[in-house]
Write a protein that binds this ligand. Sequence first.
Ligand SMILES: O=c1ccn([C@@H]2O[C@H](COP(=O)(O)OP(=O)(O)O[C@H]3O[C@@H](CO)[C@H](O)[C@H]3O)[C@@H](O)[C@H]2O)c(=O)[nH]1
Ligand SMILES: [Mn+2]
Length: 357
Amino acid sequence: MVEPANTVGIPLNHAALLKDELDIVIPTIRNLDFLEMWRPFLQPYHLIIVQDGDPSKTIAVPEGFDYELYNRNDINRILGPKASCISFKDSACRCFGYMVSKKKYIFTIDDDCFVAKDPSGKAVNALEQHIKNLLCPSSPFFFNTLYDPYREGADFVRGYPFSLREGVSTAVSHGLWLNIPDYDAPTQLVKPKERNTRYVDAVMTIPKGTLFPMCGMNLAFDRDLIGPAMYFGLMGDGQPIGRYDDMWAGWCVKVICDHLGLGVKTGLPYIYHSKASNPFVNLKKEYKGIFWQEDIIPFFQSAKLSKEAVTVQQCYLELSKLVKEKLSPIDPYFDKLADAMVTWIEAWDELNPATKA
Ligand SMILES: O=c1ccn([C@@H]2O[C@H](COP(=O)(O)OP(=O)(O)O[C@H]3O[C@@H](CO)[C@H](O)[C@H]3O)[C@@H](O)[C@H]2O)c(=O)[nH]1
Ligand SMILES: [Mn+2]
């Protein structure tokens, strides 16, 4: 049986790493009591809360946290017609927080994710581990069998080319989950009682040319390196699909990271995921995605970006053209999604002029 950590009595982390260079983005339709458990690790940081659903509902934020909160009215006011690219009634709305942030790093976490315990029983400061992952190089061009070579007590193994040991900048740190794993609805239905109790003490770079299913529950990234590609695709209200927002972003991000020579890591840190969302509701949301992805994955595996695409925005706009050309025949949704990808970049550049290509 795996349990969340007890963080009562852990002193506030006054020496919080990257305190003024990192925002924490939380999508929510609930209250934010979960922050009480994270207080020692997260209170020093600025929060960007993206309130989904009914904007007239008041979201209570625990005392002592420094935050900005955006509801749907705010999103519409700030983006005007471009707000159409931000999902409504889906956790995908969180990407609005990435866009309005002015910081170099983002950590995004769901409001049903708590502090996990490592095998020694120690509370896991997930944000600290994400920061370590992001500040350390990645090794996407050759797999190190002893996992993260830059970690204390590890290194590159024999046969690892010295020419590749400098590594590349890390754009994404993808954390994992104890207790409720991020399973799709069919798996949830078949294994309703399965809990993840396995704490694997490893961080790995996902090799170049390999895609992965990115989960938005416990995720951090370098906004300067890859922010414009972190569009959590059109989901939720009015859309034929849900729960593929983070997946879509992950596939776009990985293709662009591979093209630009950036690294994506997965593994530590773990969080404790407490709530299983309803598998029947999830099945309805995921249904089309489950068979569309059999075409979507080969599309991303074969997607080629031009050598003229040297910024994330340029890569992303090339990808949106490919989506329109190659995926729209599957369903008109992809035509709409390709357009939304362009709107996202326009909105991003409007709010972040300095990063314009
Ligand atoms: O309409 C909504 C529903 C939820 N939220 C907020 O989003 C996160 C996740 O919600 P929840 O924990 O209920 O759902 P999960 O199935 O566990 O979410 C994970 O699965 C994927 C869904 O796409 C994704 O990787 C994870 O988010 C919570 O903070 C809710 O408050 C919302 O904003 N709008
Ligand atoms: Mn959840």
